[in-house]
Design a protein around this ligand. Sequence first.
Ligand code: SIN
Length: 488
Amino acid sequence: MPTLANTDLLRAQLYIDGQWVAADCGKTFAVTNPADGTKIIDIADGGAVETRRAIAAAETAFDSWRKVTAKERSATLKRWYQLIIEHREDLAQLMTAEQGKPLAESRGEVNYGAAFVEWFAEEGRRIYGDTIDANDPNQRIITRKQPVGVVAAITPWNFPIAMITRKVAPALAAGCTIVLKPAKETPLCALALAALGEAAGIPPGVFSVVTGSRASEIGAELTGNPSVRKLTFTGSTAIGKTLLAQCAETIKKTSMELGGNAPFIVFDDADLDEAVRGAMASKYRNAGQTCVCANRILVQESVYEAFAQKLVQAVAELKVGNGADDGVTIGPLINRAALDKVSSIVNCAVENGAEVLIGREGSRGAEENYYYPTVLANVNEAMDICHEEIFGPVAPLLTFHTEEEAIRIANATPYGLAAYFYARDIGRVSRVSEALDYGIVGVNEGIISTEVAPFGGMKESGIGREGSKYGIEDYLEIKYVCLGGVNR
Ligand code: SIN
């Protein structure tokens, strides 16, 4: 159990229409600490009925929330932002307890998550329409942007705060109301955010949270209910496809932030020390459990040996352990299934000729989900590891000879979320950044996430963008108003 300064932030009930309630059936499920398998708390196990009620409350609340001025909505969001920052340490403790990431990363994520609230508090005041010259002198044409209505959000366990605020803040700023289903592994941060939202004055029904272990039951209600006008989802491409199909019946607007298979390319003119720093940050952040993690490291042949040696040295310095302990830089994976999946991907690569330069020690004990940071050499494109999202602290190294070959390998995937490359030649920097089929390209940078830039993917990595000035657009409809009879 994490020690919190404000114990009121540890909530175990659903938050629906401004009320903290148990599941109708009284059922609960356990939230556990992935570092040691211990139970943190039992929380309400909501389902379709509670979700339907939250949607109905959101629909009622939408009538009034959409009419609140942008300035007032902004002020409410700013209060929420302040409260998140004030309670940063408690939120970080909760995050490390339920998700496992090292405390320093949890504190960083609270800041990152809060930044979306602050950003959209500001952006919500800058929603503009147009006036357009009409062909008919008797007409005036104007456009206005209006909130889409009730939004449903389904969020993952890897960023238990930032993936929520990145959706809820633009929705509320635009004048929408929202029902959130957080991942069953990390509901405590979501409920703490709701408690702080309540304290900030977000009105009842505007932001509800339905926790539950039956994801497909809750998902079916969120996607099938005609009152929901938009679904926003972060998670795997496979689940994204199912949700998209479910949303088709009622033609909902959708934002999909899905899987990735990020190439990380090191060219022969790169600063190798910088490239290693970038690879470490991109690959091993959150124990490799991010959609934008370097998934394939492509190194030009002439610098391959030097890069591999420096990378292994850096990996040897990582400290694996409970994220709550001092100095730990790699926490556990989220659960046993995740550990088994990473082990099986690595074992398969090794059986097919990959060489372990460091790592691959696996779990430390029956209840512990640690995978030691690993670097694999002799990896080639034919191996499954180059086509699957690893979602663990494993860096597969491949070699290439020419720029064209690097681009071809990098783009040979249905995914298109993030890509990275290290090079100094200005021509190459321009050519490669244009040729990569990815929504996000980090050039000489391993960490690209920020509230001010558009985050999102091409191809099977998703639809839409989050953060930045574009992130609010997905929560707005453009209405065209034609005023006729002006001179009659
Ligand atoms: C993700 O992994 O889905 C998000 C990563 C980020 O925001 O940096």
